[in-house]
Design a protein around this ligand. Structure first.
Ligand code: F6R
Length: 609
């Protein structure tokens, strides 16, 4: 969702802001804009559509003077995508200019109040414009005090970059519940929504906590808390460079990330799985506590929720304790009943998903601790959780998750095994064998991904279908949820996932000549049942694409196309069976000419609810 960049230094700000914004495109946006100040003159340029439109309009930034500026990519919430609604927004006297990520919930009453006090006209439909007017309304000559007053008046979430024409050598920033980081350079300093935006300029970063106000000058940085008390912050150094967030010869980030899954899973498991045990660094659960667990509750959104559903099968099979999985947006508003001796787990790639963050806060507010499975270092969920297991998937740029998903699955597998071992629900030998299997998963992932090209032909044949159903039983059904989401989000083909046994209870009425059914058949104990379900849809004219275990030759005669995955312990097949589904979605979207890395209406980091 919206991306923010800010610069102050010795160089021309506009090209740096545009470059930073280009690295945030993956977040999803529909318009872009920048503002700079030069010799007391404010310049704002913004337009609807791709960042390239803005770059063309201002000659890649060369047309805009000034060594201080703020930039923004907007993902519309209040008001349609348009030039007027694009950020930056300014007050009527052009004194304050702001870029904003988040939602100001009380913007309407504030707007009314400002209108009464003649802080008009409002030129956009956005909630953000209210902030610019409010800054000017409260301004007492001291920008920090003014910002403090504004953040006390607004409700909702915000990361703000602020320029004040009275202080042209200072950039300001503040955040609450929306991501913001500060980059420290040599004679220049930066703000951004995410680290990749600034990796071309610095490796030294500061995390900004909720309520912190930041004052940036070209040679110095000052942090204050909500009461304007100075804060001492330690920087951290990022050990990856932008090349890791570049396409590296692949046509799309999604394809690159599909191919990085072996590494992502390997980096996530290899340091943690020893000969005898699984060790997590920041894991505050003693053996007695794990033994006493009577259930587990997992909360997440989207694909991370699907990891939770797969995790439920794995944990219940191995550790024999019940697992409940909740969608975070539901969980947070249902006054959840929480209990002791339950492990609460949040799963999130970005660590910034607004609903997941709010759900986690609800759990912690009720006095229970939370274990977070997160990819982005230092993200809000990682910082607020009591324990964190990082997935080491590296930067994930494509909106549709692939490698972070696989790394999250690996964490669920390790966690299930660890609990099973402590609870003695599996034998020592089975435990050791499972450790070995998990260590070998990355190599098997590589085998599947390197053969996945076979799916390409199928994709070109199926690109024009209107509807695809994914069916499977047991843990295969959980994988179907993800396969279906991948396909619909990037190829815009309607698709649904069904527990194969449920088809007969209504959905089978939709099966007719030409409908595509993707069937996953990897679980031996329900194999015959799924085969019956496949026959039922075949009889009604469906085209069936199956994902099955190597050696299952019978399937070949029943379906239209089969993709074989290496045989492994059935509990761990999701790490393999999801791969052809990712590649299938990718190839179909490519055949259709869709914007694969930035699908319409979607954002990488869903920082508003
Ligand atoms: C789908 C996808 C989303 C995310 C969801 C949660 O490909 O990526 O469904 O899984 O928005 O995001 P995180 O994991 O960042 O909390």
């Amino acid at each position: 969702m919206c991306g923010i960049v800010g610069y102050i230094g010795e160089k021309k700000a506009a090209p740096i802001l545009l470059d930073g914004l280009s690295k945030l495109e993956y977040r999803g946006y529909d318009s872009a804009g920048i503002a700079t100040i030069e010799n007391g003159e404010l310049s704002i340029e913004k337009c609807k559509g791709r960042l390239q439109n803005l770059c063309d309009k201002i000659q890649n930034g060369e047309a805009l003077q000034g060594k201080i500026g703020i930039g923004h990519t907007r993902w519309a919430t209040h008001g349609a995508p348009s030039d007027l609604n694009s950020h930056p927004h300014k007050c009527s006297q052009s004194l304050f200019t702001v870029v904003h990520n988040g939602i100001i919930e009380n913007y309407l009453p504030l707007k009314e109040e400002l209108t009464v006090h003649k802080h008009v006209p409002f030129v956009s439909e956005t909630d953000t414009e209210v902030i610019a007017h409010l800054l000017s309304y409260y301004y007492n000559g001291n920008v920090l005090e003014t910002i403090q007053r504004v953040i006390n008046a607004v409700e909702g979430s915000f990361a703000l970059g602020i320029l004040c024409r009275d202080t042209p050598n200072t950039l300001y920033a503040v955040k609450k519940d929306s991501p913001l980081i500060v980059g420290k350079g040599n004679g220049e300093n930066f703000i951004a929504s995410d680290i990749p935006a600034l990796l071309n300029y610095t490796k030294d970063f500061y995390l900004v906590d909720d309520g912190d106000i930041v004052m940036l000058k070209k040679d110095s940085l000052f942090f204050f808390d909500r009461k304007l008390h100075p804060l001492k912050k330690e920087p951290f150094v990022v050990d990856w460079d932008y090349s890791q967030a570049e396409k590296g010869g692949y046509a799309h980030f999604m394809l690159k990330e599909i191919h990085e899954q072996q590494k992502a899973v390997n980096d996530t498991v290899s340091e943690r799985i020893g000969e005898e045990d699984i060790v997590f660094e920041d894991f505050h659960y003693g053996e007695d506590e794990l033994k006493a667990l009577h259930s587990i509750r997992i909360v997440a959104c989207g694909s991370a929720y699907h990891v939770g559903v797969i995790g439920k099968y794995v944990i219940e099979k191995l550790a024999r304790i019940p697992v409940e999985v909740d969608v975070a947006s539901e969980f947070r508003y249902k006054n959840p009943i929480l209990q002791k001796d339950v492990m609460y787990i949040m799963i999130s790639q970005s660590g910034e998903t607004a609903d997941s963050l709010a759900a986690m806060r609800e759990i912690r507010k009720q006095g229970y601790k939370v274990l977070a499975v997160v990819n982005v270092l230092g993200s809000s969920i990682a910082r607020e959780a009591d324990s964190v297991i990082y997935t080491h998937a590296g930067p994930e740029i494509a909106v549709a998750t692939t490698k972070a998903f696989s790394a999250q699955l690996a964490v669920m597998d390790m966690l299930a095994l660890k609990i099973a071992h402590v609870k003695e629900t599996i034998t020592k030998d089975a435990y050791k064998e499972a450790l070995m299997t998990l260590r070998n998963i990355p190599a098997r992932i590589e085998t599947v991904v390197s053969n996945a090209d076979k799916v390409k032909k199928l994709a070109s044949r199926l690109k024009n279908v209107g509807s695809v159903f994914f069916i499977g039983r047991d843990i295969d059904y959980a994988v179907c949820l993800e396969g279906s989401l991948k396909l619909k989000e990037i190829s815009y083909i309607h698709s649904e996932a069904y527990a194969a046994g449920e088809l007969k209870h209504g959905t089978i009425s939709l099966i007719e000549e030409g409908v595509v059914v993707v069937a996953i058949v990897t679980q031996p104990h329900v194999r015959e049942k799924v085969i019956s379900n496949i026959k039922e849809v075949k009889t009604r004219g469906a085209f069936v694409f199956a994902v099955a275990n190597e050696g299952d030759e019978e399937i070949r005669d029943i379906v239209d196309f089969v993709y074989y995955i290496p045989k492994t312990n059935p509990v761990y097949t999701p790490s393999l069976s999801v791969l052809p589904l990712q590649v299938f979605a990718y190839c179909v979207a490519k055949e259709k000419g869709c914007d694969i890395d930035k699908p319409r209406n979607l954002a990488k980091s869903v920082t508003v609810e």
